[in-house]
Design a protein around this ligand. Sequence first.
Ligand code: ZN
Length: 341
Amino acid sequence: MNRLLFERMPKVELHVHLEGAIPPDTLRLLAGKYGRRLDEDPGWPVLRDRTFRDFRDFVSAWMLISGCLREAEDYTLIAEAAAREFIRSNTRYAEVLYSPTLDAVKPIGVQRITEAVAAGFAGQRGRLEVRLVADAVRDNDPAETLALAEALAEMRHPLVAGMGLGGSEAGHPPAPFAPAFERARRAGLRTEAHAGETAGPESIRQALDSLHVDRVSHGIRAEEDPSLLDRLGRERIPLAMCPTSNWRLRAVPGLEAHPAVAFLRRGLAVHLATDDPAIFGCDLAGEFTRMDEAFRLEEGEVRALLLNAVDAAWCPDRDKARLRAEIAAFFAEEGAASRGA
Ligand SMILES: [Zn+2]
């Protein structure tokens, strides 16, 4: 398959941060609104050149972006911009992480931020379906995450499907967040955690055993522990694999060293995702293209990556059936076209 087919293919994205999906023109607009000069910010060279030495450089780029978000209406603006990008790349369904507890916006409150994000995506119905996942910051006190879970439970916003755990994984293990995740689950929310990206297999095990997450984001360092790989396969734990993100942040030495396809071929429930497309300069079609170039994906493997995402999605069964039908129709048409050629 080639890049054009990957672009036309109906896609499902389950791991993309709204704050990491702000196109450059929208970011400039927001920076101008608050009188910030992007080129004077310490995070700007990293964001402009995409030269990350490690996760700390990512944090400086992230701080620059989050410093441009101050009012609820900013979230509507960035959701509208992200929606346009999803539609452009033929992403048909997206679960979008957003971080309502960032310091600058915390006073706005979880409910107003959530409503503002939802308003930004509301105009796209029919072309793009979206669910939201509120992402907690593991660098902060676990009590903050518990408060987030309480707020989500109280709010019961129809678009919010789950809660995640993000931030700096190394040095911030999952276990202390167990009460917050328990609260979220009791409220009927689904859960996920970044694990096995910048910390090792133990971080993944804790996310599964202490937080009881439904999905793991990244999980690449499971490759250090064959018994964990066996478990992930046996339990069909969905893994969001983000090759460009891992490569840019030097979690893997090169795309050809990324374990996504090896995991898939071992029977793990892998799907591809972009993580922070505007920060890393990627899109979902590009993630498929890069894995195909490095590993020569068979058509059945491309389909499996798509269908694994549908299976792992937190939307109603009727929406999943529609997505599966769209994917099947695409491959049937492609098959007919290539036989006719
Ligand atoms: Zn992420």
